[in-house]
Structure formats: C-alpha cells, structure tokens
Design a protein around this ligand. Structure first.
Ligand code: HEC
Length: 297
C-alpha cells in the first residue's frame, strides 16, 4: 500500500505546483489590464469574463471595479429588457462595451463578443456592431443598482448586468430583416472570441454567392436565430434546438419551417419563440434555403 500512496502524493503536489504557478502568472497579466480581473469569484455580482489572452482564459470583474471605468448615461425607451414589464422609459448608466474591452486589453484579433445570460440567451456582438451601436454594459437603472431598482419598482431583477443602447438605430437590413438591438438582461458572462471561430462553421458553402438567398439567410440567422439556437458550442440554449435540428427541419418541410419562423403560434399554440411578422416571403425563403444548405451530406 505504501507505493500507491507515495505516487498519490507526488501527483498531488505536481497538480498544486501547476496551480500555484498559473495563479501567480495570471495575476501578473491581470495587473497589466488595470487589475480589473480577479482569478476567483468573490461576489455573486462579479462579471465572469473569458478569452482575454491565452494566459488569462477565465476571470471575474467585481461590480465596484466596473463603476471605476468610463461611464455613459442614456435614456432608453422601449428597450426589450424593460417593455416586458411595461416600463417604457428608464435612465441607465454603464460602461460602453468598447471601453470595457479597451480596459481589458482584449487582443485586436478577438473581433466577436458573446454575452451569456442566465436564461439561455446569448448576445452576439461582432466588432462592427459594437462600433456602430456602442452597446452599454448597464450598471445602474434610474440611478440604482438593478437589485435596488427591482425592489423599489416591484419588478423582476434584471441584473446583475444588462446590455442596453443609447438610441439604437439600425445600421443595415437584409431583405425584410433590420439590424436589431441585441438587448440582454441577467448577463453573467462575457466571452471574447473571433468571428472565424463562431461563424466559420456555419458559413454557407462557397458555391452560394454574395447575392444568394443562402447568404442573406445566414446574415439574418447569425444575428437573430443564434441568440436562442446553438451552433456547436456557441449561441443560445434557450430553444433547446440546435442549428443541425433546424437544418433538418428546413430541408424536410420548408413550408412548415417558414411558417414557424413567421408565426410560431400558428403551428403550436404553446410556442414560446417570438414571431417575425415583418418577414416577407423572400426573407422566409432565404432563411429556409440557408438552413437547408446546412444539412450535412
Ligand atoms: C428568443 C429566442 C428565439 C429566437 C431568436 C429564435 N428562436 Fe426558434 N425557437 C425558440 C424556442 C424556445 C423554440 C422551441 C419551441 C417554442 O417554444 O416555440 C424554437 C423553435 C423553433 C422551430 C420549431 C422546431 C420544431 O420543433 O418544429 C423552428 C423551425 C425555429 N425555432 C426556427 C428559428 C429560426 C429560423 C430563427 C431565426 C430567424 C429562430 N428560430 C429564432 C426560440 C427562439
């Protein structure tokens, strides 16, 4: 029995040794990112971040540290996070996502930010989108923490963090789909990735040219559907139906697929997916064509 025990001790100290080494190493890297990121969660309100640099894959930012970054104030009206509660206008303050990635010294090649919320939604923020819309990581609502605001107004808590906008204006449209505010509440984690990592595996095949319905469908799907329907390890889990499942449905019965996207309740009275009444036939056809093309041969 002596030998196995000894091996156990050696293995354990090797693991601990690595742990200590990476912890001290990490702390040094963090210091250069303004000592924003901690290696351990201290509070439930800490914001988790991933993908900053290879030596600092995962860490936490305390709420109080975020308050020390550049802040902006905006009056938001008809924001999706609030309209469900019949709150039509609030004042928000927070850190622009662009200022946050600057403070975190996010490597330039990380051109996509994913924000995960606790209810299975994922906000998808490509670099061009962040530059065009300056999304805000919201820290206060009507000058209160989200928790205090919820208590005072009798609404559900949307925190610890939300993502909101100062006067969102669509920057593009594809067919009947307009660029949308990726509003998100109960944000728990930000992850910095590359568009190649996330979108690469779901790009239409090269034979579908720039003007094809498949490319148009992809442009819509990666902004809209990916929020709730996961593609591999990325995207939302809200729907519980993956990209491959949607692809199979589109290929098997395109008409029902299109009808579901247009008006889910017309297919199933219990459907929770939001309807897209503004999508015309060409838009629905583009989405169906895109997903059908994603069926693995
Ligand atoms: C806000 C979240 C959300 C978004 C965005 C979303 N879906 Fe869904 N989707 C769901 C949920 C949840 C379901 C599961 C059934 C239900 O409750 O409607 C679903 C189900 C579906 C189904 C039915 C599958 C079946 O079982 O027959 C299709 C088809 C579908 N989604 C396509 C899409 C497409 C295409 C897009 C993008 C244009 C999209 N969805 C965007 C949440 C979403």
């Amino acid at each position: 029995m002596e030998r196995p025990k000894l091996i156990g001790v050696v293995a354990l100290s090797a693991v601990l040794g690595c742990g200590l080494f990476s912890a001290t190493h990490t702390r040094r890297v963090v210091a250069s990112a303004g000592q924003l990121v901690q290696t351990k969660r201290v509070s439930r309100r800490d914001l988790a971040v991933r993908g900053l640099a290879s030596s600092m894959e995962h860490g936490y930012i305390p709420y109080e540290s975020l308050l020390h970054l550049p802040q902006v104030t905006a009056k938001v009206e008809h924001d999706a996070s609030f309209t469900d509660m019949h709150v039509l206008s609030v004042k928000i303050t927070g850190v622009p996502l662009s200022a946050l990635s600057k403070a975190l010294q996010v490597p330039a090649e990380k051109d996509l930010l994913l924000a995960r919320s606790d209810d299975g939604y994922v906000g998808i923020y490509p670099a061009e989108y962040v530059a065009a819309h300056e999304p805000i990581l919201v820290l206060t609502v009507d000058s209160m923490t989200t928790a205090a605001w919820a208590q005072k107004t009798g609404n559900v808590e949307l925190g610890p963090y939300l993502i909101g906008y100062d006067n969102f204006k669509p920057a593009w449209h594809v067919l009947a789909h307009e660029d949308r505010p990726q509003a998100l509440s109960v944000v728990l984690e930000l992850e910095y990735k590359t568009q190649q990592q996330v979108f690469g595996p779901i790009i239409p095949a090269a034979r579908f040219g720039a003007d094809s319905p498949e490319r148009a469908g992809f442009a819509i799907a990666k902004q809209s559907c990916l929020r709730c329907h996961a593609a591999g390890p990325y995207g939302g889990t809200k729907a519980g139906l993956s990209w491959e499942v949607l692809a199979g449905l589109a290929k098997r019965d395109g008409a029902t697929f299109a009808q579901y996207v247009h008006d889910p309740k017309s297919i199933s009275s219990k459907a929770k997916m939001p309807a897209n009444p503004q999508y015309d036939a060409a838009t629905l056809q583009a989405l169906t064509a895109y997903y059908s093309s994603m069926v693995k041969q």
